[in-house]
Ligand binder design. Structure first.
Ligand code: ADP
Ligand code: MG
Length: 609
């Protein structure tokens, strides 16, 4: 009845969405989604569908099949006719809803496109009134669509497009007969697109019977990755990815790293967050102009940058020997991209590491990648706080060893330290510990093993100071801008009664006022208010912003403390409150920290023998 032309999709690396023949409105929506290039199945099927062909598309889950049919339909559909013009059949309610959601997003600013999900389990009422008002696109499960057809409540007489999404799944779920009935009872003139991960004979037969000279596209699957690259994966919820990445950065011994994200927007976000954590990171995407991209790559090569966050397009052909690690922050949409990404490491005969973040829903994608690369990925777990601490301690040791190697400078300092030890009668090891504190700043060397997920917001700043033990990497990236230590006490209208904790105060003031850790001195919590030492030279606009800050819902009403003699009983330097130098929130409370006036209280624990 019909012939089938087959093609195997070999992705053209330079193809853009604009090359596919989509209109500007659709391109705009795609740009807004942050998609940078079409996936293999999209690149092949979109032009064919725009030309009006019936299409059979075979590709794994997660390869972007929804856009492959939704974009051409939206492109060609004139909305506003009462009867549905497009029908998408999907095997389950969840998938139907997902497709609807994708349609809404891809429709972008095209107002007036009405999309209706139709599935069993939902009352008929909503569906009926929507159908009566008129819809352009119906997305539904075959069973419920059949119910409507039987009842005469769904009129498909003007249908132009019919999509069978996940056809093999639909048949597995026993919808063969319904699908066939729907295919047979819709206009012959309709265009049909059939998508499936596999091609059982039943589907073959169905398409021979109901599709008109379909073009068949298969996304190529067999590709290989180099065996010198260790490939691992980490199952992580989307929201945990940044935390996971931070820990991996701490424990992995990397030289340079490429972090791949799915969208351009995300390259910026992730790079920004890494910079905030003290890493020398930059983003490249198709939006970054060529000279700028080249500059970033040169910096990566020279070690001025350690991390580049990139999209597939931007990292195309990138060849930097220093890259020891590739992180798939998001899994790529096709297996070809996976192979390209992973191939950015292990250059010039070196070994490399690839770590892929897989959300629980993406396990199927993982399997497909493993099949395609013919190489299983090894599971890894999130590095624990203990793992992180072990690395921090060994790096700390290494930095001491490295410093001891600098004989001449050690000789010069030895005299100074000797002088101190003799005049203060302090054991050398205490002096060494004190110097470690100086080097460390006021942030703890170690993570609290009980802290699983870092609090949002301030923790990003906190991380920066955590890194002076990074040996030769420690001095790259932005530095915390510690203030001179010339502090003045401010009074805020929240206290113990409000169950406020120092970390909350620091968090709120840091966020609202753009302050940094070094900007905080002693925090004293009183029953009704608290005193916070802040730099004497705080700019007026910062104070303005702080005055509008709320903690636990209470306006903090910040003002300079006027001391015990002032109208409101203050007591800036008193020791009777819950007073402590702030040194990084809870984790640090057990630790001795040097902030301001504590320095003079510290007594030698031992006499020198
Ligand atoms: P499939 O139907 O093949 O399982 P989907 O259409 O659900 O795949 O797409 C999987 C994911 O990939 C979705 O999150 C989607 O937003 C995203 N995606 C689709 N096309 C692209 C693209 N060209 N670039 C980046 N992400 C894409
Ligand atoms: Mg799908």
């Amino acid at each position: 009845m019909s012939t089938t032309e087959s093609a195997t999709a070999t992705p053209d690396e330079t193809q853009t969405f604009a090359d596919l023949g989509l209109s500007e409105t659709i391109l705009k929506a795609v740009r807004a989604m942050g998609y940078e290039k079409p996936s293999a199945i999209q690149a092949e099927t979109i032009p064919l569908l725009l030309e009006g062909n019936d299409v059979i598309g075979m590709a794994q889950t997660g390869t972007g099949k929804t856009a492959a049919f939704a974009l051409p339909i939206l492109d060609r559909l004139t909305p506003g006719r009462k009867k549905p013009r497009a029908l998408v059949l999907a095997p389950t309610r969840e998938l139907a809803l997902q497709v609807c959601e994708a349609f809404e997003q891809y429709a972008g600013h095209r107002t007036g496109v009405h999309i209706l999900p139709v599935y069993g389990g939902q009352g008929y009422g909503v569906q009926l009134s929507a159908l009566r008002r008129g819809v352009d696109i119906v997305v539904g499960t075959p069973g419920r669509i059949m119910d409507h057809l039987d009842k005469g409540t769904l009129d498909l007489s003007e249908l132009d497009y019919l999509v069978l999404d996940e056809a093999d799944e639909m048949l597995k779920m026993g919808f063969a007969e319904d699908v066939e009935t729907i295919l047979a009872s819709t206009p012959d003139s309709k265009q049909v697109a059939l998508f499936s991960a596999t091609m059982p004979t039943q589907i073959r037969r169905l398409s021979q019977k109901y599709l008109n000279n379909p073009k068949e596209i298969t996304v190529k699957r067999s590709t290989a990755t180099s065996s010198t690259i260790t490939q691992r994966y980490l199952v992580s919820a989307y929201q945990q990815k940044l935390d996971a990445l931070t820990r991996i950065l701490e424990v992995e011994n990397f030289a340079a790293m490429i972090v791949f994200t799915r969208t351009k927007n995300e390259t910026e976000t992730v790079a920004e967050k890494l910079r905030a954590r003290g890493y020398a990171a930059a983003a490249i995407s198709g939006d970054v102009a060529q000279p700028q991209r080249e500059r970033i790559i040169a910096q990566l090569r020279d070690g001025k940058l350690d991390i580049v966050v990139a999209t597939d397009v931007a990292a195309r052909g990138l060849d930097v020997e220093r890259i020891s690690h590739v992180i798939n922050y998001d899994l790529p949409i096709d297996n070809e991209s996976y192979v390209h990404r992973v191939g950015r490491t292990g250059r010039a005969g070196r070994t490399g590491d690839a770590i892929s973040f897989v959300t629980p829903r993406e396990r199927g994608r993982l399997k497909s990648i493993e099949r395609a690369t013919k190489q299983p990925l090894t599971p890894m777990s999130l590095p624990s706080a203990d793992d992180v601490n072990a690395t921090r301690l060994s790096r700390f040791d290494d930095s001491i060893t490295a410093a001891l190697d600098k004989r001449e400078r050690v000789d010069r300092f030895r005299d100074i330290i000797n002088h101190y030890v003799e005049h203060h009668d302090v054991p050398e090891v205490d002096v060494a510990a004190a110097l470690a504190i100086v080097a460390q700043g006021d942030t703890p060397l170690l993570l609290d093993p009980n802290e699983h997920v870092k609090p949002a917001g301030f923790s990003e700043r906190k991380e920066r100071g955590d890194r002076p033990d990074r040996g030769d990497r420690g001095d790259r990236g932005p530095r915390r801008n510690s203030s001179s230590g010339n502090f003045v006490a401010y009074r805020i209208a929240v206290g113990r009664r409000h169950k406020v904790e120092p970390r909350q105060i620091v968090g709120a003031l840091a966020n609202e006022g753009g302050l940094d850790r070094g900007d905080f001195g002693r925090i004293t919590i009183k029953p009704d208010f608290s005193l916070v030492e802040l730099p004497a030279d705080l700019p007026g606009d910062v104070l303005g912003r702080l005055s509008r800050t709320r903690i636990s819902g209470v306006l903090i009403d910040i003002e300079k403390d006027r001391g015990p003699g002032g109208p409101r009983q203050g007591g800036g330097r008193s020791r009777d409150g819950d007073s402590r130098g702030y040194g990084g929130g809870k984790r640090d409370e057990k630790k001795q920290t040097f902030t301001g006036n504590e320095r003079h209280e510290r007594k030698p624990r031992h006499r020198k023998g």
